[in-house]
Each structure stands twice: as structure tokens, then as C-alpha cells.
Design a protein around this ligand. Structure first.
Ligand SMILES: [Zn+2]
Length: 352
């Protein structure tokens, strides 16, 4: 794409009113230890399984890890699940390999984010999947075009909206609901199982959402702004009342020019941004320089498509990723995230 996006203009996003919830009802709504489905029934995460196309259960291919995690919670042990995008991979530029064609050929459905995130995978899917196997697009089924956000790394001029809906928990809940419906349509015999898993998982997502609102309320209002390297917080910010004042990564995923960096440093100083946030998947010396020269602190630990821990760890899940991000972000901006998220169970789980 020819036109580089930049970055420095003040965000147009309208702040949403933050729902100020006290901490005590938050904790009361949270799954307690014995009720955590993850504690009872977590197995190694599904995104390393192979698909074999057998008739015994649905074969489901997914793309990025957060979507795979949600799918595991809904499909449980009655689907075979394979996530195509490996860890530590830029999902925006991911090119599937020839072996992914075999996975797609065996899949009963492909569940992808959509909003133009996974075009190379769709090209391979069109060539590899059975004609009767659908490609389901979560984001496209979750919001309409007038709710799309275009912003710093996803400028309207390029035509590709910001695809990171899953960072906003209500949208992730909708993703889970859509998966319940798609699995049930394809495998009606297990519809009650998928529905029960959805109820459990939806309650856990609601508890996460409630805690995020409580944590945001502990951040001084003047600090509720984000400058990040990778532009993945647009929908989160719209939901939880933050302002994204910029993203550093250009729309072609290159680093910004020295002139752009100088403008960013000026902006960070002018807006008194206390922290700038890097991404685990996109290490950037530029961000460090911006932080150093502007007087902000640099925190390089946010994640948007690779959960923390290794693939077999309990925190390597959608819930684990959001908990990690919230503790990092809320504490760095002067709030109290650690206390609010300490006992949130994050392992994937499902009924057996
Ligand atoms: Zn991303």
C-alpha cells in the first residue's frame, strides 16, 4: 500500500462514559475456586491439534490464538481444533504454509476474524477447503460497517478497518456466541453441550469485563490515554473510555521515519503521556527512543494476538492475555490492576 499512515493527529474517538463500579460486587461475581471450569477440565490447548476430517466430531480451523482459545472453551472436547497462525507470528502479514492446505482440506469450517485480517489464509482456503465447508467471519458478523474504526495504522484511505475487535470483551463474548451457533448448526447432536459451555464461558467473560471497568476506574482520568506501538486498542478504548492518542507502527508494518518520530516525541510531551506501550510481538527500538526522549516510561509487555506463557500453560489463553494486559496497563497508568485481577481464573475450560 502506497500511503503510509501516520499517527500524530489527536484521536477522534469519542470517549464512552466509564461505568464506575465498586470493587466488592466485582469480586462477588467472579467464579470462585471450585467453580472454575479450568481447574477441573483443562487439557493442553487445542491449537496444536491436527485435523483429520473424521466423522466422529467437527474439524474446526481457526486463525489467531485468541480466537482459538475462545473456540476451545465453546467446542471443548467435541471438536478437533487447529489454529493456523503460530505463536510469535505477525497475524497481519501471516502467510499460510503448504501444510496448512492439508489442515484446511480436512476442516468442516474455518473460523477467522475477518475485517481483512487474514486475506492470504482465505486465498488458500478457497483453493483447499471442501465446497460445503463454510468460512465464518467473526468481526464481520459482530459489527456493521458504521461501527468499523479506522485510525492510525489502519487509515480509512487504505480501506482496511482496524480488525482488533477481540480486545473488547463484549465483542469477544459475541465471538463465543457466534461459535456456539456455528458449531450447533454443523453438529446439532451436540448443541446442548456447546450451549452449556457458552453459558459458563460467557459468565467468565462478564466477570473479566466487570473487573476491567473497575480497574479503569482506578486510573486517574487524565491518564486514560494510550500511545502504543501496534494499533490494537481501538475497540477496547471505545468500550472502556480510553483515548488512543496514537500508534507508532505504519500501515505497512514498518517503523516510522525519523521525522515522524520527532513529531511523536513532541506529541507525547505536549499531552503529558506517562507511558508508551510496546508489544511483545513487535519489538521496536523506535518506541524506546520516543519514550526516552519524551520523558515517558516505556512498557514493552502488551499483547494482542499471542497469549502469555507457553502453549501448555494455564495463562496461554484469551483470558490470560487480557489479564496480563490489564495488570500491565492499569498499573503503569497509575491505577490498581494487580489487586483487581489477582484471583481471576484464566485457564481455558469446558464440560466433559
Ligand atoms: Zn494486531
Amino acid at each position: 500500500m502506497s500511503r503510509r499512515c501516520f499517527v500524530v493527529s489527536v484521536a477522534l474517538a469519542v470517549n464512552v462514559a466509564v461505568s464506575l463500579l465498586s470493587v466488592s460486587p466485582v469480586l462477588a461475581q467472579t467464579p470462585v475456586a471450585g467453580a472454575d471450569p479450568g481447574a477441573r477440565s483443562t487439557s493442553p490447548l487445542g491449537w496444536h491439534d491436527q485435523l483429520d476430517g473424521g466423522d466422529d466430531m467437527l474439524d474446526v480451523a481457526t486463525t489467531v490464538a485468541p480466537i482459538s482459545s475462545i473456540a476451545r472453551n465453546i467446542g471443548g472436547d467435541r471438536i478437533r481444533l487447529h489454529g493456523l497462525v503460530p505463536d510469535a507470528t505477525n497475524s497481519h502479514t501471516f502467510e499460510p504454509s503448504p501444510s496448512d492446505a492439508r489442515v484446511l482440506a480436512a476442516a468442516d469450517m474455518l473460523i477467522a476474524n475477518g475485517l481483512h485480517l487474514e486475506q492470504p489464509t482465505f486465498d488458500l482456503a478457497a483453493a483447499s477447503m471442501r465446497p460445503d465447508a463454510p468460512i465464518h467471519l467473526l468481526a464481520d458478523a459482530t459489527i456493521s460497517e458504521d461501527e468499523w474504526l479506522f485510525d492510525f495504522s489502519f487509515p480509512e484511505s487504505a480501506g482496511d478497518p482496524n480488525p482488533h475487535l477481540w480486545m473488547s470483551v463484549p465483542y469477544a463474548r459475541r465471538y463465543a456466541e457466534l461459535m456456539r451457533d456455528w458449531f450447533s448448526d454443523a453438529d446439532p447432536a451436540n448443541a446442548a453441550y456447546f450451549a452449556a459451555n457458552f453459558e459458563t464461558y460467557a459468565a467468565r467473560l462478564d466477570a473479566l469485563d466487570t473487573r476491567i471497568r473497575a480497574a479503569v476506574a482506578t486510573v486517574p482520568p487524565e491518564n486514560r490515554k494510550l500511545l502504543t506501538y501496534h494499533d490494537s486498542w481501538a475497540y477496547w478504548a471505545r468500550e472502556y473510555g480510553f483515548e488512543v492518542i496514537g500508534a507508532i507502527q505504519a500501515s505497512d508494518f514498518s517503523d516510522p521515519s525519523p521525522r515522524d518520530v520527532a513529531r511523536l516525541i513532541d506529541q507525547v510531551r505536549a499531552e503529558a503521556v506517562p507511558e508508551v506501550f510496546g508489544s511483545e510481538v513487535f519489538p521496536s527500538p523506535v518506541l524506546e527512543q520516543i519514550a526516552r526522549e519524551s520523558g515517558a516510561t516505556f512498557v514493552d509487555a502488551l499483547r494482542d494476538d499471542e497469549p502469555p506463557g507457553d502453549a501448555s500453560s494455564a495463562e496461554h489463553t484469551y483470558l490470560g492475555m487480557l489479564r496480563n494486559d490489564m495488570v500491565v496497563m492499569i498499573d503503569a497508568l497509575g491505577g490498581d490492576g494487580s489487586a483487581i485481577f489477582t484471583d481471576l481464573p484464566v485457564a481455558d475450560g469446558y464440560a466433559r
